[in-house]
Design a binder for this molecule. Structure first.
Ligand code: 57M
Length: 359
């Protein structure tokens, strides 16, 4: 909005020329989202506490979690609001990709909100059914995938990291592929969100990493120099990634151990899906397995554990899945698990960035 309001005035005040630059708008989108979370955080936490949106803690988990009972959840409302407001302020609103990624953020946020609302406010112990949740996610994923494919400049080839000559063309099958990436990322982040700051830290790291990829993919000169797919208009996603990074750090301020608030499904489903959508739009879809490697590891630990558990009628690979519970039960202190998982997320992001040169 500021871009549309202020940039045209650059002929009168040359200083307003800065609004043309994606880099400038990304920095301010990050700061705006950060300060929205930081400044409104205490108020939101107080409101959620007053509404008694306190987390119920399962008693079959690590005992250290029982002390977390009553911590307000649904803090994701703040994250989603901060990203949306900041993107609307600093983004170029004529760009179709911006609207697609906002649709994903708000749509998956709404699914998470319904689930949280049923569980926390209406006190229905299960919230949305697994089928209901997956069904709604699939509809939204399908819609987002279709919209992306309808953008004229968007190609339906898939980028394979490390192999610059391999890029399978999926045609309309790309819609299903996009659905898979978006829904998969959404649920993987949700599974990871089980310790203070464990999900929001790596989400911010992944958003910051994609900020770089989006900028490069949207800049014809840098993209051709690095030999990655040039996607006209994709540069604007940099602003969204900036807003996501800033909002993530602002939320981490309160979600850091010991957490004053949890993000709830409102946060985890929307942030994960947004990462998926960003990966699709920047055409670094498969790279998400590396950039969001921590979420993949957590999701795989659940898949292996559940499969093994069913096949062996009750035996386990890990002491408890997802993986963070395994280390807690091994006696690692919660902050140690969190920080070590962050370290892994940073290392994986660096590895992902190396694909810009290793191809
Ligand atoms: C959400 N939610 C947290 C909070 C957060 C198939 C199965 C593996 C699914 C999995 C599951 O349900 N995962 C999805 C995990 C919960 O956090 C809330 O949920 C939101 C995210 N959706 O924002 O509102 C708890 O996590 C802790 N927490 C923090 N800090 C945070 O910043 O400490 C969350 C955020 C909170 C709080 O304690 O209450 C969760 O873990 O429930 N299920 C599981 O993860 C369960 N695993 C399990 O059953 N494993 C089995 C296998 C065979 C399936 C096994 O390994 O034996 C565990 N979860 C819990 N207790 N709570 C097991 C026992």
């Amino acid at each position: 909005m500021l871009y549309h309001l202020l940039y045209p005035l650059h002929t009168l005040f040359s200083a307003l020329n800065v609004f043309r630059y994606i880099t400038f708008r990304t920095i301010y989108a990050s700061l705006t989202a950060f300060f929205i979370c930081y400044l409104l955080g205490p108020w939101v936490i107080e409101r959620l506490t007053r509404l008694q949106v306190g987390q119920y803690i399962r008693d079959d988990g690590p005992k250290s979690h029982l002390g977390k009972a009553g911590t307000p959840t649904m803090g994701g409302i703040l994250i989603v609001a901060a990203i949306t407001i900041s993107t609307l302020l600093w983004g170029d609103l004529t760009n179709p990709f911006i609207w697609i990624v906002l649709l994903v953020l708000l749509g998956f946020g709404a699914i998470g909100f319904i689930d949280d609302y049923l569980m926390q406010v209406k006190k229905q112990s299960k919230g949305l059914s697994v089928r209901g949740k997956l069904g709604l996610q699939a509809i939204l994923g399908l819609l987002a995938g279709t919209l992306v494919c309808l953008v004229p400049s968007f190609s339906t080839e898939v980028t394979v990291p490390f192999f610059k000559t391999v890029s399978p063309e999926l045609g309309w099958g790309y819609i299903l592929f996009a659905l898979l990436v978006i829904v998969g990322a959404s649920n993987a982040v949700n599974l990871t969100d089980g310790l203070d700051g464990l999900a929001i830290g790596p989400v911010s790291i992944a958003a910051a990493t994609y900020m770089i990829f989006a900028y490069i993919a949207g800049n014809i000169k840098i993209a051709s120099y690095l030999q990655i797919a040039y996607i006209p208009g994709c540069g604007e996603i940099t602003v969204f990634c900036g807003a996501m990074t800033g909002a993530g750090l602002g939320f981490l301020w309160f979600n850091a151990y010991p957490a004053q608030v949890f993000m709830g499904d409102t946060g985890s489903l929307s942030l994960g899906a947004s990462l998926g959508a960003i990966a699709v739009i920047t055409k670094q879809e498969i790279l998400l397995v590396l950039v969001g490697g921590l979420f993949v590891i957590e999701a795989l630990s659940v898949i292996f554990q559940v499969t093994f558990f069913k096949m062996t009628h009750g035996r386990r690979i890990f002491r408890m899945a997802p993986l963070h519970h395994h280390f807690e039960l091994k006696g690692w202190a919660e902050p140690k698990v969190i920080v070590r998982f962050w370290i892994i997320a940073i290392a994986l992001a660096l590895l992902a960035m190396s694909t810009l040169k290793l191809r």
